[in-house]
Design a protein around this ligand. Structure first.
Ligand code: HAM
Length: 424
């Protein structure tokens, strides 16, 4: 076959018809979980003002400094959103969602864009589902947010995962901690990687996240954030741990977990899977009590997370899970002749109206070709109609699994098939 002239960009993928049922199944799990927790959907544009993302996610993060798909059009600066938290916070401020009263419990599903180097589980266009809870400073909001994430993962059937938990403190705790880090790393500066040497000046906590093997050795003995939390942050962290334990949610404390976005305060968490390879995070999140104010809104404590849908699918496939329950058509109509096809067209509509999933062969081909198609479509039944059947008003109903067929009149067929009916 000739090489196609046009292909998707590197790191961007089509989701083809044989894959989309599992996407739909996963999205349905997210929506049903949202219903259980009484969270509401928010849909924001996939393009935002570049300044929003720079301010929200942080100028010094990899996402903003290296990975944005950004362009200008006239006076306006656009960026394809790399994540959802800044957008949801912007929408919260722009539409004054606080005026609705109470806590806003929101979720979203959609594409995100980061110009990263593609590899397994890392694309340039990827998809997240995420949750943002705005307007509560309480630890229970953190715990419920984590419980939502675990509920989705368990409902998918993913059994191999680790929840890592940390607190990155508030500004006061972090100021003390950063000073301790600078004191620790400064005498070791020449041994740090080039990027970590820069981080030492700009954002020393990022060194903890370094992928450089040499840095990792030095990080082992670095001071730990949990020793620098003030009373408020400690009490909050203890409350989250107690509540997670009460819910039977296992976690591992990881004081090196700093996350790749700048807006976090207090709780930070990540869920990883051994089935993902180098990019092992299924999802992550945390509290971001300062972001809404940073973006020009009123002080609004908030917490949330996002999971990568591609990564959830990789993890579920590694476990051999089949998310797609039933994607077979109930019936395929097989028509031999033009008049029969017109009859089939109407009969298919009647069957759909009572709740069956029905497809039909569009060209009036040979019986053999149509049966081959019925097998490919994996239909449960086929209804075969030709001139004789039309004249006799008796049609062939073939059970494809049992390979048996019988002639019936239309009301008998309806009676036999109606138990397959389901609501949409
Ligand atoms: P994040 O850790 O940057 O957090 O992304 C969340 C998840 O998205 C990751 O754990 C991963 O599963 C998936 N992901 C990220 N980048 C890629 C990629 N290039 N390819 C495939 N999957 C990817 C956030 O985005 C925060 N907004 C989460 C949050 C919400 N925090 C508070 N609220």
């Amino acid at each position: 076959m000739a090489k196609p002239s046009f292909r998707t960009h590197h790191g961007m993928h089509d989701i083809l018809p044989d894959e989309s049922p599992k996407w739909l199944a996963l999205e349905t799990i997210v929506r049903e979980t949202a219903k259980r927790f009484h969270f509401h959907e928010i849909r924001t544009p996939i393009m935002e003002d570049t300044a929003l993302i720079a301010r929200g996610v942080g100028e010094l993060t990899d996402i903003v400094s290296k990975e944005m798909f950004a362009f200008n059009r006239g006076e306006d600066k656009y960026v394809l959103r790399p994540e959802g938290t800044a957008s949801v916070s912007r929408a919260y401020i722009q539409h004054n969602l606080a005026q609705l009263g109470g806590v806003q419990r929101l979720f979203y599903i959609g594409p995100m864009f980061r110009a990263e180097r593609p590899q397994k589980g890392r694309q340039r266009q990827f998809h997240q589902f995420g949750v943002e809870v705005l307007g509560s400073a309480e630890a229970v909001a953190d715990t419920e947010t984590i419980a939502f994430m675990i509920a989705v993962i368990q409902k998918i059937g993913i059994t191999r995962y680790t929840l890592k938990l940390n607190s990155v403190g508030d500004i006061e705790s972090r100021t003390a901690y950063k000073e301790a880090l600078v004191n620790y790393f400064s005498p070791l500066k020449s041994k740090l990687s080039e990027i970590s040497q820069q981080r030492l000046e700009q954002n020393p906590m990022r060194i903890l996240d370094s992928k450089d093997e040499g840095d990792k050795v030095l990080v082992v003995n670095a001071p730990k954030i949990l020793d620098y939390l003030n009373e408020d942050c400690t009490a909050h962290f203890e409350a989250v741990k107690t509540q997670l334990t009460q819910l039977g949610i296992d976690f591992e404390i990881n004081p090196l977990l700093v996350r790749g976005l700048d807006y976090y305060s207090k709780t930070a968490f990540e869920i990883s899977s051994p089935d993902l390879g180098a990019q092992d995070a299924l999802g992550g999140g945390g509290r971001y009590d300062l972001l809404v104010e940073e973006l020009g809104g009123k002080k609004t404590p908030a917490v949330g997370f996002a999971c990568g849908i591609e990564r959830l699918l990789i993890a579920s496939e590694a476990l051999g899970l089949n998310l797609v329950k039933d994607h077979r058509p109930d019936v395929i109509m097989i028509s031999l002749g033009d008049e029969a096809q017109l009859w089939s067209l109407k009969a298919a509509q009647e069957l759909r109206a009572i709740g069956l999933n029905v497809t039909m062969h569009y060209s009036v081909g040979s019986m053999k070709a149509q049966m081959k198609n019925a097998n490919r479509e994996n239909a449960k039944y086929c209804i075969i109609v030709g001139d004789n059947e039309l004249a006799a008003k008796e049609f062939v109903l073939r059970d494809m699994d049992k390979s048996v067929e019988q002639k019936h009149n239309w009301s008998q067929i309806l009676a036999q098939l109606s138990p397959l009916a389901k609501s949409l």
